[in-house]
Design a protein around this ligand. Sequence first.
Ligand code: ADP
Length: 530
Amino acid sequence: MRVLPLASPHARIPLHLQKHMFKKILIANRGEIAVRIIRACRELGIQSVAVFSDADRKSLHVRLANEAYAIGPAPSRESYLRIDKLVDVARRTGCDAVHPGYGFLSENAALPRACMDAGFTFIGPPADAMEALGSKTAARQLARRADVPTVPGTNDPIGKPAEAQALAQSMGYPILLKAIAGGGGKGMRLVYSDVEFESAYRDASSEAMNAFGDARLYLEKYLERPRHIEIQIFADAHGRVVSLGERECSVQRRHQKVVEEAPSPIVTPELRKKMSEAAVRLARAGGYVNAGTVEFLVDASVNFYFLEVNTRLQVEHPVTEQVTGLDLVKLQIAIAAGHRLPFAWESITPRGHAIEVRLYAEDPDNNFFPSPGKILSRHAPSGPGIRLDEGVYEGWSVPNDYDPLLSKLIAWGNSREETIARLRRALEEYAITGIKTNAGLFRRILSEPDFLRGEIHTRWLDELLRRPRSAASFANGEDQDTGAFDAATIAAAIWHATQSSAASFVTPPADAGPSRWKLEGRRQQLDRTP
Ligand code: ADP
């Protein structure tokens, strides 16, 4: 593989020493992705400014950033979604760029517009490209013009329910009603027959209205048991658009990805080339710049159909990083600063295999309901081929106000088999007490013969979860949400709790997080909150 290590036209000069590099970046996000971006800033010698809601005052991103400012109460509408407050912090702190992460405002064109008006660089696509590709129907129209096959369906918002029903009949059931502004599976309803149509339409449009303030829907033919395979693209502002290959994201619970891997077990170099060319054509047609993901559904005959574009960094970007050796966040920053992509995509072939599992604070015994609360103890896995991207620490309380993603556990190996073995080993080491997690679900998935053979589709996990558990899997402890370290950590947590009223008998090592001095400084900054 021939990939330059840094996203710079002068790869031998460190990015932070180059003329066009930011001095200070505002991170308009929280949780593990805010931590991820802070780390990239540190490596580049760029100052980072965090923002936080009242619920996140003690969060890891606040501790790790160079500066941190309160922006309002816990509900995201009053804090992380307030463009005026974000711009105000960026202005007061002298930032020259804003990174939106994923979720929150990352796909809202009002943020790049506000950044431009205020004179900051938005680390993401231009507002127009975000709109052209971010709206599902606009992107479908663009895809058709760019000769990219789309899932059969309507290319415009559908009108009244009766008209929409007539369209569904002509298309043939089952169909999916989907929100134009959709995301996170919201505003989506599967309809099998005429009888269900009207109420499904009502539910989908009111859910879309609540989630996105836009009730408009469109129709897609429902593909039975497809695979979800997406292409990571990158475009610079000088006309170069590249593909960094695919990620397979077919292991989903209720249309939400929970396991992602690269490369896909079914993608051949020829298919990778065809899908990459389609994704690059679409990005070019939309005038795209920076990181984006073109999602496809792939049927049993390996035909691929365009699904949507995510105009931002994806949660699952680490698997691409592991197999390409690139740092996608640093690449995003470099491109936003005007640098050229230093490689052609033909030069990139995946090296080895990577798999990510999304560890959530949720209760598998209670329908995967969020399980917020205080983390009493935790043991983080490490060792060969293991990466843990997270926004948590022992003693921190997981708030109830946001997506309960705790950590992304990523394994890399020379082959898919080695990667799976490493991930299983890491999951055995992983232990957390005080909250419930879905770790046990991954122990189960990673021992399923279908998964081991790579024979998965987007309904596979939901079907698996409906099946009764085998005696062997119970015996293996795959339903447990804590690992082999469990008994020891629980004992340690109890012991610690009983001792905690005594004087602190454990002196933290000098490098265990920010110093007292820094935390005091942080407190003063908080008092100066804009
Ligand atoms: P969202 O933006 O809400 O996440 P997507 O359009 O990305 O919605 O679809 C999410 C998931 O829903 C897909 O990965 C797939 O599992 C399922 N899905 C979406 N559209 C279809 C379709 N037409 N046929 C079958 N499954 C679909």
